[in-house]
Ligand binder design. Structure first.
Ligand code: SME
Length: 151
């Protein structure tokens, strides 16, 4: 059983103590504690582009810069709405990173009504992301907002 509440508390503590330096720790924590989160990355918006910041996972991605509007990541950054893709192969916007990825969630990070970045998570399981993941990650994104702003 995944204790989302306890993980949220830990993330809050990391942010209080370490501020933006804690972002590396947060992506690592998410990967360790939530088995269906296979790869986690935080992208930061700069000049109409998404730039990959801290990430945790078995492999680096080639998509370190993504134009806003491209791929699932670029779509979420454009609309400011969470994207849940239950089967990445069925979505023509999908930019492939890892052979093992089956589903994906992208949650925009906003601060002062502006999109500052996003949390991107790939799962090796099909249809891995539930409403609970969405609510959990949207709350984490709200917590990250002020810290992404300072990057
Ligand atoms: N799949 C994403 C690209 C980023 S990788 O998943 C790390 C997309 O379609 O935008």
């Amino acid at each position: 059983m995944i204790d989302y509440k306890e993980i949220t508390k830990q993330i809050s503590t990391i942010l209080q103590i370490k501020n933006e330096e804690g972002l590396n720790e947060i992506v690592a924590l998410l990967q360790q504690r939530i088995p269906h989160y296979s790869w986690i990355g935080i992208y930061v918006v700069d000049n109409d582009m998404l730039h990959l910041g801290p990430w945790a996972g078995p492999q680096a991605t080639e998509h370190v810069i993504i134009p806003i509007g491209r791929g699932i990541c670029g779509s979420a950054a454009k609309t400011g709405t969470t994207e849940i893709i239950p089967d990445v192969q069925a979505d023509e916007r999908y930019l492939s990173c890892f052979f093992s990825t089956r589903s994906e969630i992208v949650v925009p990070i906003k601060y002062n009504c502006t999109i500052k970045g996003e949390i991107d998570i790939d799962s090796n399981q099909k249809n891995a992301f539930t409403k609970q993941d969405k609510a959990f990650l949207e709350n984490i994104a709200d917590m990250l907002g002020p810290h992404i702003h300072k990057l």
